[in-house]
Design a protein around this ligand. Sequence first.
Ligand SMILES: C[S@@+](CC[C@H](N)C(=O)[O-])C[C@H]1O[C@@H](n2cnc3c(N)ncnc32)[C@H](O)[C@@H]1O
Ligand code: SF4
Ligand code: SF4
Length: 395
Amino acid sequence: MSLMARIGFAPRARTTPARYVQTRAVGRPAPRNSPLDRLWRWIVRAVYQRPAMSAFAHDIISAPLPVAVGTEIINICNADCSFCGYGKGEDGKGGDPRVKQKLNPEVFTHALKLFDAAGGGVFTLSPILGEVSVHPRWLDMVREARSFPNIKGVSCFTNGILLDRFGSDNILKSGLTNISFSTSLTGREAYNRLYGVDKYDTVVNNLFDLLETNKRLGRPVHITVLLRIDKPFAKFFASDIYERLCSLMNTRDIEILDDAWDGYKGLIKQEALPIGHKFKDNYPDKSVPCYAMFRKLEIMLDGTIQACACRIEPELWGGNILDHKTLHEAWRDPGLERLRNDWFEGKLQDCCKTCEHYIPYTNLLRPTEPKRVARHALGRVKRAVLGSTRQPIQF
Ligand SMILES: C[S@@+](CC[C@H](N)C(=O)[O-])C[C@H]1O[C@@H](n2cnc3c(N)ncnc32)[C@H](O)[C@@H]1O
Ligand code: SF4
Ligand code: SF4
């Protein structure tokens, strides 16, 4: 352990506690188009280099395209996390009532075509409940996505257990641009208790092999490590494994989920959480529609479009991507529009009433707060001067 760590000055990873902000708009917002509004919208878009970025609440609800697009890949997992909705409830189907299956390849190709034709960006290839690396064709699918000229990246979450089956070089050269590696790094006992499988050594080896290979290759992939660990965190910050992690990555890319746990409709019990953690509270006032309905086009294994990427909720199912000819048409799918409009009229689905993931959609405007716009502009200037090639985080 380094001297700095011994005396309590080790750099700190970020923790992600539940954060709420006041809702800013109740009811359907009016369009904003005064000359000043148009100027502000132009500034925001120029600073973030996102030509369709929303600057006002009405921009969000009338956006022609989603902020993010992705498909599930598989609904099978090789772990059995105590804190996750996977495999819980009656017959193990409380969190996902569907049969176990892989993504329909026709759905995948069609989704990629629509995304590419609409301008593309970073495509998310991740399960809602499942593990990406359980799909034997995972990297072939990444390569297929990257064969489209406008698809500039692919992101995914992984528990890392099976990465040695693919090999770090192959993973990092596949065309993936963002990997969120969720795991627990405080020893075998805690890992087995939380992840439900005896794979601690494998995961630690896979993680460090991935990070070292990424460093050797010049960091083609932005890797974030998402930690699910017991409290107090000080023990982890003082550990050799944390020091080793910090030697290979920026501490800003290490995040610890802190008291922001989803209870998955009561499927998860308090004792299943890492020691010392709490569930996220159910938001007290849900009069404003949820952000999830306005952010990402979530395409499920059979092509069903779901109005939310957080859970598997049949109440939130709309039409099928295969029935749409453009991304815009899919984003404005009548089933999704009905769910959004119902919420504006005060009729939210039962699954949303109890969901701890809820955040008012107006929170999507947080990056447009003047201080954040200024900070982002400054960051861009700094990167231009220092010549940083760091990949943006996109999920
Ligand atoms: C459901 S997993 C699917 C992808 C992959 N199997 C993994 O674990 O990264 C997506 C993310 O949700 C996190 N997660 C699981 N259960 C959670 C819960 N009850 N509350 C908050 N996050 C949770 C996981 O740790 C993971 O980072
Ligand atoms: S958190 Fe991920 S790895 Fe753990 S059971 Fe859920 S889907 Fe599987
Ligand atoms: S309240 Fe929960 S289930 Fe409903 S849209 Fe928001 S995140 Fe999804």
